[in-house]
Design a binder for this molecule. Structure first.
Ligand code: AGP
Length: 613
């Protein structure tokens, strides 16, 4: 969703703001803008489309800032993506400018009041009311206080950055429900939606908490509550560097992140798994959390999109190996059900970003009802881990492409660790079998590396099917979620294609009626307890002249005669097969999208993290 950058420091301010904003492009947006304070007051420039349009316009008609400015990439919520609606937004006199990520839910009522007080609005956005609201309060109060008073009137979510002509040395920011971090450099400071924006300049960051306000200048940081009470917080040092957030020679972040999966999974495992000793070690907080689980414990997994698919795989493994009853819910539905939660319930929130609005709301609901919350998350310091009782970080490194790849396989890896650790605690697995499973788990990075060798074959298959407009993805048991994930990957990055994932056993209950000659159906037919049933499903599709693209286990010769196109992955236990099947599914989506000329890293209408409902 919207990207925010604020800067106070030294010239060239505009260049700094544009460079930093460019590193947030992955978040998805449809217009961009910038505002700086200079000797003319506040100067502003906005463009619809990509940041490069904004850059071109500044090249044509330069814009100068002395030491202070803000920039924004907007993902439209209120009002179409037009120049007028693009951020920054100004007050009536053009003397203060702000950028916003989030939704002001009570904007209509605030706007009516401000119109009555004589304010003139230019845009259809909810954001513009905040500028006028601060202006109104600033008639009686110093700017910092006016900002806080305005914030107290807002309902909804916000990450905000504000600059004012009357205060050319200070940058103001605040967060409630949308992410905002402070970056501290030498003689300069930043506000940004996410760490990659500032990594080229600093790795020292402060993560803002809910309802905190920050005032930045070149000489320091002042952090307060909404009431102005001072807060002390030491900066943390980000453990990864800029190279992790750059393409490094790959054409797309998505491809880079697919290829990074062996090392991402290695990172997820490395400090936790000792296969030789048959041990899994989580950090102290997680260990304490797990030791509190009762024998009647039930799990409810909540997540969205790809993380939800990881949760579905988790359901199979947790029930089968750890004998825990598990429900998996889309967070957007969970929050509006009346779920039966109690002290014997653990809600597991799975999320790459840690900021997904629905998952966060689900976490809050779970806590209100007395359930325990465990987060599985990739982004350190993000909202969901901070609100959870314990967190297992995936440590996959920054995921920039909108389509989630390495976060998914790292989430699966955490679920393997969790399942096997619970199975051990509950005495449900013999030491010999546990050691066997942990050895395979430890070999996953190598097996993923081998799975990646399918890329040349996938490229050929992608060429053959790139013009198809409908795909089905079918799988059963552990690979039913793989089918959902494969279809999501393709439709997400190649919007010209309609792709659906189903449980293969559901075909006869409806979807098979659509199969016609040449319709590509991707089958997950790796070695499993339901292998023969999947083969029967393949035959049903072939009988209707559908084209079967089969993902099978290495060494499966018998499957060849059923396949129009065959991709093999290393043979492994069924439990671990989704992590290997994910690789050809991701590569297939990537290469088909590429052949269709799609904007792979930033597909239209999608945002990397969905911080509004
Ligand atoms: C995945 O490819 C998608 N971009 C999307 O479905 C994503 O998984 C979903 O929005 C959840 O995000 P989160 O993991 O950051 O909570």
């Amino acid at each position: 969703m919207c990207g925010i950058v604020g800067y106070v420091g030294k010239p060239p301010v505009v260049q700094t703001l544009l460079d930093c904003l460019g590193r947030l492009e992955y978040r998805g947006y449809d217009s961009a803008g910038i505002a700086v304070v200079n000797d003319k007051g506040i100067e502003i420039r906005k463009r619809v489309g990509k940041i490069k349009e904004l850059v071109a316009s500044i090249k044509q008609k330069p814009l100068d800032g002395e030491r202070l400015g803000i920039s924004h990439s907007r993902w439209a919520t209120h009002g179409e993506p037009t120049e007028v609606n693009a951020h920054p937004h100004l007050d009536c006199r053009g003397e203060l400018a702000l950028v916003h990520n989030g939704i002001v839910e009570n904007y209509a009522e605030l706007k009516a009041r401000l119109l009555g007080q004589g304010h003139r609005f230019r845009s259809q956005t909810d954001t513009e009311v905040i500028a006028h609201l601060v202006e109104e309060h600033a008639k009686r109060l110093p700017l910092a206080e006016a900002f806080r008073s305005a914030l107290k009137e807002l309902r909804g979510s916000y990450a905000l950055c504000l600059i004012a002509k009357r205060d050319p040395t200070h940058l103001y920011g605040a967060r409630a429900g949308s992410p905002l971090i402070v970056g501290l450099g030498k003689g300069e400071a930043f506000l940004a939606s996410d760490v990659p924006a500032v990594l080229a300049r600093t790795r020292r960051v402060i993560y803002l908490n809910e309802q905190e306000v920050v005032e930045l200048s070149t000489s320091g940081v002042k952090l307060t509550t909404l009431n102005g009470a001072p807060i002390t917080r030491k900066p943390s040092t980000v453990s990864w560097d800029l190279s992790a957030a750059q393409k490094e020679g790959y054409d797309h972040f998505m491809l880079k992140e697919i290829v990074e999966q062996p090392s991402a999974v290695e990172q997820t495992l490395c400090t936790r798994l000792d296969a030789a000793k048959g041990q899994i070690a989580f950090d102290r907080r997680t260990r304490t959390f797990l030791s509190r689980l009762t024998s009647q414990e039930k799990f409810v997994i909540i997540a969205c999109g790809t993380a939800y698919h990881a949760g579905l795989v988790g359901e199979y493994m947790l029930e089968e190996l750890a004998h825990v009853p598990v429900d998996v819910d889309l967070a957007s539905e969970f929050r509006y059900r009346a779920p039966m939660l109690d002290r014997d319930t653990t809600v597991i929130a799975i999320t790459q970003s840690g900021e997904t609005a629905d998952t966060l709301a689900g976490v809050r609901l779970a806590k209100e009802q007395g359930a325990k919350v465990l987060a599985i998350c990739n982004v350190m310091g993000s909202s969901i881990p901070r609100e959870a009782d314990a967190v297992i970080y995936t440590h996959a490194g920054p995921e920039i492409a909108v389509a989630s790849t390495k976060a998914y396989t790292s989430q699966l890896t955490v679920l393997y660790l969790l399942t096997l650790s619970l199975a051990k605690r509950r005495g449900l697995v013999t030491s010999a079998r546990l050691r066997e499973l942990l050895t395979t788990l430890g070999r996953l990075p190598k097996l993923i590396e081998r799975a990646l060798e399918v890329e040349p074959a996938i490229k050929r298959i992608a060429r053959r099917y790139a013009r198809a407009r409908d795909f089905y993805y079918l799988g059963r048991r552990y690979n039913f979620p793989s089918a959902l994930e494969g279809a999501l990957k393709l439709k997400e990055i190649c919007p010209r294609i309609h792709a659906e994932g189903y449980a293969a056993g559901e075909m006869k209950h409806g979807p098979i009626s659509l199969i016609r000659k040449g319709w590509p159906v991707v089958f997950l037919a790796t070695d499993s307890a339901v292998y023969e049933k999947v083969v029967s499903n393949i035959e049903e599709v072939r009988a209707r002249k559908g084209e079967c693209l089969i993902i099978a286990s290495e060494g499966d010769r018998a499957i060849r005669r059923h396949a129009d196109a065959l991709i093999t992955v290393p043979k492994t236990e069924e439990l671990f097969s989704p992590i290997l099947a994910a690789i050809p599914l991701q590569l297939l989506a990537y290469h088909i999208a590429r052949l269709n000329g799609c904007d792979i890293d930033q597909p239209p209408n999608l945002a990397k993290s969905v911080t509004v409902e």
